[in-house]
Design a protein around this ligand. Sequence first.
Ligand SMILES: Cc1cc2nc3c(=O)[nH]c(=O)nc-3n(C[C@H](O)[C@H](O)[C@H](O)COP(=O)(O)OP(=O)(O)OC[C@H]3O[C@@H](n4cnc5c(N)ncnc54)[C@H](O)[C@@H]3O)c2cc1C
Length: 449
Amino acid sequence: MKREHAVVVGGSMAGLLAARVLTAHFERVTLVERDRFPAEAVFRPGVPQARHLHVLWTRGREIVEVLFPGLEDTLRAAGAEELRVPADVLWLTSAGWRERFDVTRLLTFSRPLLDRAVRARLTGPPDGDRTRVDVLDGHRVTGLIPRGGDAAGVRLDGDGELHADLVVDATGRGSRAPSWLAELGHPAPLETRVDPLLGYASRYYAIPPGFDPGWKALYLQADPPATRRTGGLFPQEGGRWICSLSGAGRDHGPTEEKAFLEFAKGLRSPVLYEAIRDAEPLTPIVAFRRTANHRRHYERLPTWPRGFVVTGDAACAFNPIYGQGMSVAAVAALALDRCLRDPRPGFERRFQRGVARSAAGAWLVATGEDLRYRETEAAPVRLRTRVINAYVDEVVAAANVDRRVCEGLVRVLALMAAPTSLFTPGVLARVAAHRVRRPAPVPLPSRPC
Ligand SMILES: Cc1cc2nc3c(=O)[nH]c(=O)nc-3n(C[C@H](O)[C@H](O)[C@H](O)COP(=O)(O)OP(=O)(O)OC[C@H]3O[C@@H](n4cnc5c(N)ncnc54)[C@H](O)[C@@H]3O)c2cc1C
């Protein structure tokens, strides 16, 4: 039997996916969003990061398609393009260029296109045993309605209230869940922060007519701690490129026209600069600086209210350069479904443990890399991290030339496998063999094909 009413606070990716899952468990689901949702695939203030490069890795792609069958067809029809990875991508890793194996597929599209497509499916006519989702946009949630130490719904700006059996906080990095919990008499969670002081700058360009250099996308990574700059150039619907430049250690991507191009020129290969130099800019350059890895350990709290859970960036947000946030939110949505199917009491605490597990691999990948920068603000780096990073360097070098190792590494990045899968005897042996055979490094070619 379905429970009565669930409220999801925040209508970005974590909230949309959670709401979809809840339609199978509640008679009524209400999605509260402080922005007005636009009818078109355009940017909105509540998701400022949507103006920067967003990649939906394989695991996220698969889950979104399971939750909304046929969504990929909708995205393709709207102009999203499939990329063979890394076959269609010139990928400069810290250890040099990656050979262009075909190990996974991504769809590339703008973030507003994805959000609109998911919103349309979620709020469209219900199918199967799904219930309807009511959208309350243009409303901000200001706190929880207390029932003893539990949550009985949400308070809205303008003194409104929505009573509910379950409230899901999906309000992103700015979540006020710690103070909402305090108002119910619960302690604040421990927080872990690893801040590489990274800043993005992004702009759209028109892809020049007839442009066909033998690649579709560029991903030029930094080589920390020696270099701190990363650049991505990916095709999007509408014949556009999105170009995102980022730099760690306060070497931020700049928003001024000339400096933006100079920054691109200063990447480890000039190939991105050469592509955008004469391309037509379609938008101003916009910046984003709120990029620290930030985790709230709700799973460790000694007490927890019934009727309330936290998901998505509100629980754990990553340095976005690794492209994990939406996929982790998708994995958490599946955990929500599993926990709601489990009839034992205490589903909320089980879910918070599930959220922590969903984020664990991505957290290791992101923070492990970020701790290589001298400027990163974090607790002192442990010997274990240094040893793992030294091994990961070898994995990256082997993955550049060994298809099997490349598959293993990409599966971890795409959240298809845990980071521990890189430590199996098979991978260790291949990595060791490549280390023995590795030739001396050669200078980077400026325009490989
Ligand atoms: C520069 C950048 C690039 C990124 N690139 C990638 C990428 O390539 N791949 C990837 O998977 N992820 C990427 N991410 C992460 C991704 O954007 C997030 O993980 C994803 O949007 C899921 O976040 P969320 O839904 O938890 O929160 P958010 O996206 O932050 O959304 C929170 C929502 O809650 C609403 N809200 C907030 N407070 C209230 C309130 N009180 N009442 C009502 N509504 C409220 C906001 O308006 C917003 O709609 C990137 C992030 C950044 C910053």
